[in-house]
Design a protein. Structure first.
Lengths: 306, 269
């Protein structure tokens, strides 16, 4: 049985269709990612899964229950870390957890014990009695994640868990999420960071314009939608385009950016040799492995959406 | 652990318990600054009672009520101050505070990700507002008894009536707040509240107004609240008070259901 099961799921706001008929299945213990540019429908999907936004159409089953009728019972077993921290600024760090635990009906003693365990888990024990306001962005995010775990949820929904965090804070969050995954918690997250998706997700879907445009493991997506390697060439010239014509036939695909040319190839070194054989000495050459970012940009385009 | 602890907890938890957890959250925020704000709400009706009830009262002398009973002006004004302080206490929670929590603190978005439902948020906040209104009322009643403006037994009965008053204004205020777009809109609420405070048979009996105006005054919620509380503290309970009670109960029911539905509409899009 899949914990999250959607068929032809639709969400409309007036005339605007945010989610346009998606099929999703998430199995227990899986780390599942929704990738996509802003406005792709990721957050709308997450809110429907979180049972705070009724679907406009299609089938949605969470934990084998109907979110329309059994919202409270489903939410009791979910943990939600929203895109924007909505911590209680009138309470201390610890009170944020104990109060939240009470919304789930945990006895006070259990709530206090859970709060202490979670503060330790997200490394905030020293700030337990501090107000929320003076905490750094990374600390607030960790507290929000801790709050999402207070009811020992079976599924944790994380909407852009590390957006806006500095590298240290991001890595700490990733490390904690990885530990949760090891404990068997099902993670569902949205992100537009490719490294985040590659680090955390077993399986992911790429969304664009409310639809799913690709699905698979990070590795499989790269294999299917990109080449094994990418060669980045930079020529010393006003325009890179002049060189593009001369590169025809090298690699499977070629992309011209304002400052460089990307060659999608199976073998990077062989491609570089070919470029040099054509007497086109670039100012700089970089051969790298293809990443999820290449897949993402290929599928959703380079144009700014919003 | 989850699988065997949670279902058992949920099986006997209900709307009441979840609403209580919302009240509990508010109790956890009580800090010194908050008490100061609450103290000012308590002081205001006492200042009115002393300045107008006792001060102006010494010029006015005694007053003959509609049913023929004669009471001192202070005894006439005091229950009105009592009702309006219950109104103020409840309204300040369900207008300003409620709006701030919903729109700016995004507090309810967090709550709604838990089993707590919109109507339970409304119920919890209303219960909290009623408690605040009733703290004012209790303190004020002690002063009324001390000033010999009512008897201790009547004060106790009046206190239970102020529970209803607090609930009614709290529910109405909350329903109204869900339609507010910005803080500026609350200026209108404040003006309406002050107009109610001045003209709801508080300082002058409604019978003193021209017939048309009198009907208007008697249709306002604060008039019904004052009428109910005054009948109790001056010992003149009659059938009219059943209208007051029915009126206030209706306001509670409508206010609550509108607030619950509006919270859902605004936050569960």
């Amino acid at each position: 049985m899949s914990l999250i099961h959607a068929r032809g799921l639709v969400k409309r706001f007036g005339d605007f269709t945010a989610v346009d008929g998606i099929d999703v299945d998430v199995a227990r213990g899986e780390a599942f990612g929704f990738l996509g540019p802003n406005g792709a429908g990721k957050s709308s999907t997450m809110r429907m899964i979180g049972c705070v936004s009724p679907p406009t159409g299609g089938v949605l089953r969470i934990l084998d229950r109907d979110p329309r009728r059994e919202g409270p019972a489903i939410r009791a077993r979910l943990g939600v870390c929203p895109q924007l921290d909505n911590l209680d600024l009138e309470l201390t760090v610890r009170e944020n957890l104990t109060t939240y635990a009470r919304f789930f009906g945990l006895p006070r003693k259990v709530a206090r014990r859970r709060a202490d365990e979670l503060l330790d888990f997200v490394q905030l024990t020293e700030r337990a009695d501090s107000r929320v306001e003076p905490l750094s962005g990374g600390m607030k995010r960790r507290l929000t994640i801790a709050r999402a775990l207070v009811n020992e949820p079976e599924i944790v929904l994380l909407d852009e868990p590390t957006t806006g965090l500095d590298p240290q804070a991001r890595h700490l969050v990733w490390e904690r999420l990885f530990r949760l995954k090891q404990q068997g918690v099902t993670l569902v997250l949205t992100t537009h960071y490719m490294d985040e998706a590659e680090q955390l997700c077993d399986r992911l879907v790429v969304m664009d314009g409310g639809r799913i445009v690709a699905e698979g493991s990070p590795r499989a997506l790269i294999e299917r939608h990109s080449t094994r390697e990418v060669v980045e060439l930079r020529f010393e010239a006003e325009s890179q385009e002049a060189f593009a014509g001369k590169l025809a036939g090298v690699g499977e695909r070629l992309e011209i950016l304002p400052d460089r040319i990307l060659l999608y190839v199976a073998d990077g070194d062989a491609a570089v040799a070919e470029v040099q054989a054509r007497a086109l000495p670039p100012a700089s050459v970089l051969v790298r492995r293809s990443s999820l970012e290449d897949v993402f940009l290929h599928l959703t385009g380079r144009t700014l959406v919003d | 652990m989850v699988t065997f602890v949670l279902p058992r907890l949920i099986s006997f938890e209900g709307a009441a318990r979840r609403s209580a957890s919302v009240v509990e959250r508010n109790a956890a925020t009580l800090r010194s600054a908050y008490w100061l704000v609450m103290a000012s709400g308590f002081l205001e009706p006492i200042l009115y009672l002393l300045s107008i009830g006792v001060g102006v009262g010494s010029l006015v002398g005694d007053l003959t009520l509609a049913d023929g009973r004669v009471v001192s002006y202070a005894a006439f004004v005091a229950p009105a101050m009592l009702a309006s302080s219950a109104m103020t206490g409840a309204l300040s929670e369900t207008t300003f505070n409620f709006f701030g929590k919903m729109k700016f603190m995004k507090l309810y978005d967090g709550m709604l990700a838990t089993p707590v439902r919109p109507i339970e948020i409304a119920l919890g906040e209303l219960a909290w507002a009623m408690i605040r209104g009733n703290l004012y009322a209790a303190a004020f009643l002690i002063i009324m008894v001390a000033m010999d403006l009512t008897t201790p037994l009547r004060a106790l009965a009046a206190w239970t009536a102020t529970i209803l008053v607090g609930l009614a204004f709290g529910a109405a205020g909350m329903a109204l707040s869900t339609y507010m777009r910005s803080w500026q809109d609350f200026d209108l609420v404040a003006s309406a509240q002050f107009a109610l405070f001045l003209f709801s048979g508080t300082f002058v009996p409604a019978t003193a107004y021209p017939a048309a105006l009198r009907w208007l005054v008697e249709a306002t919620p604060l008039y019904r609240a004052v009428d109910l509380v005054r009948a109790i503290t001056t010992g003149g309970l009659g059938w009219t008070q059943l209208i007051d009670i029915a009126y206030l109960l209706t306001v509670v029911a409508i206010g609550l259901s509108v607030a619950g539905r509006r919270i859902e509409k605004l936050l569960c899009k």
